[in-house]
Design a protein around this ligand. Structure first.
Ligand code: PGA
Length: 226
């Protein structure tokens, strides 16, 4: 069965007490997730708490990190490498536009991180905001490993002004033409009110959700409406 992916990207938000309260209000047991893959990507500081929650709930929710070191383990102060992430997560977001913009991440760095994710047996969620970034990834990383791509147009991220479902679906189709029949998501101002317009499109396989995932009741509603 083809699954719809709903992935929460908490970004640099949520303290430990806030995460506990988010999880208390997140009634995953009441959800029908047979045809859905639910992933929550918290900050590194919350991975352990989220992992315990996932284990308690039969892994109905999967865990992802928001970044990975471009190096293996070793003397890289401040970095968290793939081997360390693997203790907690199955997924890792790579190449988010906020990292490309605020931390000068190049396509080369993104590709290096993708390779490290594969080495650690993590499934990367690779963010691209245009077709050039998708091509840069394809050309540098020839792989049979599994990955997910999130198409996130810059004008739609955190602005409250999502792309149109038609345009997003066309972009996702074009990315599939470049990268093959992979799971490709849409991301940018997704809410419980518009998720269905995206998830019902023929090419879009789900959504990467930022701001609207910070509220667990809203995130539950997004999953239900998808
Ligand atoms: P947003 O963020 O849902 O707040 O627009 C999406 C993202 O950046 O992944």
């Amino acid at each position: 069965m083809k699954k719809t992916f709903i992935i929460a990207n908490w970004k640099s938000n949520i303290t430990l007490p806030e995460a506990k309260s988010w999880l208390d209000n997140f009634d995953v047991q009441g959800l029908d997730v047979a045809d859905k893959e639910i992933v929550v990507c918290p900050s590194f500081t919350l991975l352990s708490e989220l992992k315990s929650y996932a284990l308690k709930n039969n892994s109905l929710v999967k865990i992802g990190a928001q970044d990975i070191s471009p190096f293996s383990e070793g003397s890289y102060t401040g970095e968290v490498c793939g081997k360390q992430l693997k203790d907690f997560s199955e997924y890792v977001i790579i190449g988010h536009s906020e990292r490309r913009r605020n931390f000068s991440e190049s396509n080369e760095t993104v590709n290096q991180k993708i390779r490290k994710a594969f080495e650690a047996d993590l499934r990367p969620i690779i963010c691209v905001s245009d077709l050039e970034q998708a091509k840069a990834f394809r050309e540098a990383v020839k792989t049979d490993n599994d990955f997910i791509v999130a198409y996130e147009p810059l004008f739609a991220i955190g602005t409250g002004s999502a792309d149109t479902p038609e345009n997003a679906d066309l972009m996702v189709k074009n990315i599939k033409n470049i990268l093959g029949d992979k799971v490709i998501l849409y991301g940018g101002s997704v809410t419980s009110s518009n998720i269905n317009q995206f998830s019902k499109m023929p090419n879009i396989d789900g959504a990467l959700v930022g701001k609207a995932s910070l509220n667990s009741v809203e995130f539950l509603q997004i999953i239900k409406n998808a």
